[in-house]
Design a protein around this ligand. Structure first.
Ligand code: UN1
Length: 500
C-alpha cells in the first residue's frame, strides 16, 4: 500500500477537477497514525456544488431515458469492477477509516451485493397494474426518477453507504451529487473512479469534497437538487429536515441508534458472548447498528458478565492494517474525546466500570485514536449511557427481572434502529418481534449485520420513515405516476358512469 500523500480534486462531469491555486483544502489522515496523511482535498462550497449540479443535470437528460435494463447492465459491470478492486479498497479503507481488514472487505462486499441487486432491478417491474372501475379502461403505475439528488454520507461505512444511496438513485434514473464525509474522502474519490471505469457515463455520479457546513450546506440549499439522502447524526438530521422542509424538498434520514441485545435466562450464553462482543466492539462500536446495551435477566447476569469481561480483555487492539488486530482505532480525536466523556458520565452516574474505560496512548498508540473496549454494569435504563448514542466501543449492561421489563427497557430510548433477543423460547421470540419498536429485529444474532436485500432503517428518531436498501430504496428516489388509459372511445366518468 503506497503511503504517499495524494492531492485530489472534486470529480465532476466525468473528470477530476483540480482545485484552483489558493483554494482552501483539508486533509484525510489514518486514524491509527495521524502522521500518515492519506490525501489533500478541496474545501468546496457553493461554486463547486453548483458546477456539480450542472453536470448532473446534463447527464440526467440521457441517463433517465436510457432503458432500465441497460442501466442495470452498467451496475453489473460496476459489481465486477468493485470485485476486482475489493482488496485494494479494503486496504485503503483500513488506512483511511481504521476499520480492521476483515470488516473492510465486508464493507466493500456490501457495495458489490448492492450493485448486483440493483442490476437485477433493471429487469424487474417497477410498477403495478390495477383494475379500473370502468370497462375498456386500464390503470397502472410507473416510477419516475426525480432528477438530481444529493447524497451526504458518513465515514463509518465509506463504501457501503455511498453504494446504498447512489446505486438505488442511479438505477432509478437519477443523477447524483455525493458529498462524502470529510474523514474518508479518498475512498469516495476511488469509488467514483471505479464506477466510471465500469462504464457509468460522465456526470451521473459527481463527488464534491468538503465540510458539512460548507459543501453539505450548499447541496441542501441548491434549488435544482430534488432530494437529499442523509446518513449521520440526529443533530444534523434535524437541520437537514429544517432546510429541506422549508423548500418542500424530499429528504430521507438515517440517524442514530441505541441498539440492544435482550438476554433471557434460557439463552445459550456462549452464543450471547460471541454476539455481544461482535455487536459491541466490531468496527470499534462505530456502527449505527452497534450493540450498545445488553439487557440481561438477573439469573444469568453473573456468569455472563464474567465471560464477557474475560473476552473483552483479550481483544487485540491495534492498527487496522495489521491482520492480527481485532479492534481498530476510532475515527479521530474529536470522537475519541466524545467517547471518553461518555465513559466519565457513566462513572458519575454510578454505573460500575467492569473493564476498559481508557484511551491507549503509550508507544505506537500515541500516534492514533485508540480506546479500550469498555463494559459498564449496574446501568439503569434512564442513565445517559443507556439513552444516548456513544458511537464507540462502550457496552452498558442493564439487569432486568423479567421479559416484560426487558421489552420495556429495550424500547425506552429515543431511537428505534436495531433490537435483538437471545432465547430458546418460540413464544418469547414472537412476542419480541411483535413488541420491539425498531426497524431491524434479530433473534439469536447481534444487532449488526443487515443484508442489502431487506429494507434498512429505523423507527422514532432513527429516521423519517424511509428505508434504504432492497426495493424499498426506490421510495427515496422516485415519484409515482398513476396512469389511466381509456380505450372505450367515449368519455367515461369515474365515480359517475360506473355500473351498479
Ligand atoms: C451503519 O452503521 O450505518 O447492519 C450501517 C450493519 C451493516 C450496516 C451498518 N450492514 O451493521
Amino acid at each position: 500500500m503506497a503511503t504517499a500523500t495524494a492531492v485530489k480534486g472534486n470529480h465532476i462531469g466525468g473528470r477530476e477537477v483540480s482545485a484552483p491555486s489558493g483554494m482552501s483544502t483539508f486533509t484525510s489522515v489514518n486514524p491509527a497514525n495521524h502522521a500518515d496523511v492519506v490525501g489533500v482535498f478541496p474545501r468546496s462550497s457553493e461554486e463547486e456544488i453548483a458546477e456539480a449540479v450542472k453536470a448532473a443535470t446534463k447527464a440526467f437528460q440521457t441517463w433517465s431515458t436510457t432503458p432500465a435494463p441497460v442501466r442495470g447492465d452498467v451496475l453489473l459491470r460496476i459489481a465486477e469492477r468493485l470485485t476486482e478492486e475489493k482488496e485494494s479498497l479494503a486496504q485503503l479503507m483500513s488506512r483511511e477509516m481504521g476499520k480492521v481488514l476483515v470488516e473492510a472487505r465486508g464493507d466493500v462486499q456490501e457495495a458489490i451485493d448492492m450493485a448486483k441487486y440493483m442490476a437485477g432491478e433493471g429487469r424487474r417491474a417497477l410498477g403495478a397494474t390495477y383494475p379500473s372501475e370502468l370497462r375498456n379502461k386500464w390503470a397502472m403505475t410507473v416510477r419516475a426518477p426525480l432528477g438530481v439528488v444529493g447524497c451526504i454520507t458518513p465515514w463509518n461505512f465509506p463504501i457501503a453507504i455511498p453504494s446504498w444511496k447512489s446505486f438505488a438513485a442511479i438505477m432509478a434514473g437519477n443523477a447524483v451529487v455525493l458529498k462524502p464525509a470529510e474523514d474518508t474522502p479518498m475512498l469516495a474519490a476511488r469509488f467514483v473512479e471505479i464506477l466510471e471505469s465500469a462504464g457509468l457515463p460522465p456526470g451521473v455520479l459527481n463527488v464534491v469534497h468538503g465540510l458539512g457546513e460548507e459543501a453539505g450546506e450548499a447541496l441542501l440549499h441548491h434549488p435544482d437538487v430534488k432530494a437529499i439522502s442523509f446518513t449521520g447524526s440526529v443533530e444534523v438530521g434535524r437541520h437537514v429536515a429544517k432546510v429541506c422542509g422549508e423548500q418542500l424538498k424530499r429528504f430521507s434520514l438515517e440517524l442514530g441508534g441505541k441498539n440492544a441485545i435482550v438476554v433471557l435466562d434460557d439463552a445459550d450464553l456462549d452464543l450471547v458472548v460471541d454476539g455481544a462482543i461482535w455487536g459491541a466492539f466490531g468496527t470499534s462500536g462505530q456502527r449505527c447498528t452497534a450493540t450498545s446495551r445488553l439487557i440481561v435477566q438477573r439469573k444469568v447476569l453473573a456468569p455472563l458478565l464474567e465471560r464477557l469481561v474475560a473476552r473483552a480483555r483479550k481483544l487485540r487492539i491495534g492498527p487496522a492494517t495489521d491482520p492480527a488486530t481485532e479492534v481498530g482505532a476510532v475515527i479521530n480525536d474529536t470522537q475519541k474525546d466524545r467517547i471518553l466523556s461518555y465513559i466519565a458520565i457513566g462513572k458519575e452516574e454510578g454505573a460500575t466500570l467492569l473493564t476498559g474505560g481508557n484511551a491507549l496512548t503509550e508507544g505506537a498508540f500515541h500516534a492514533g485514536s485508540f480506546i479500550e473496549p469498555t463494559i459498564f454494569s449496574d446501568v439503569r435504563k434512564d442513565m445517559r449511557i443507556a439513552q444516548e448514542e456513544i458511537f464507540g466501543p462502550v457496552l452498558s449492561v442493564i439487569p432486568v427481572d423479567d421479559f416484560d421489563e426487558a421489552i420495556e427497557v429495550a424500547n425506552s430510548t429515543p431511537y428505534g434502529l436495531s433490537l435483538s433477543i437471545y432465547t430458546a423460547s418460540v413464544h418469547a421470540t414472537f412476542q419480541a418481534i411483535e413488541r420491539f419498536d425498531a426497524g431491524l429485529v434479530y433473534v439469536n444474532a447481534p444487532t449488526i449485520g443487515a443484508e442489502i436485500q431487506l429494507p434498512f432503517g429505523g423507527t422514532k428518531q432513527t429516521g423519517n420513515g424511509f428505508r434504504e436498501a432492497g426495493a424499498t430504496a426506490f421510495d427515496e428516489f422516485t415519484e409515482w405516476k398513476s396512469v389511466y388509459i381509456d380505450y372505450s372511445g367515449q368519455l367515461q366518468r369515474a365515480q359517475i358512469d360506473t355500473e351498479a
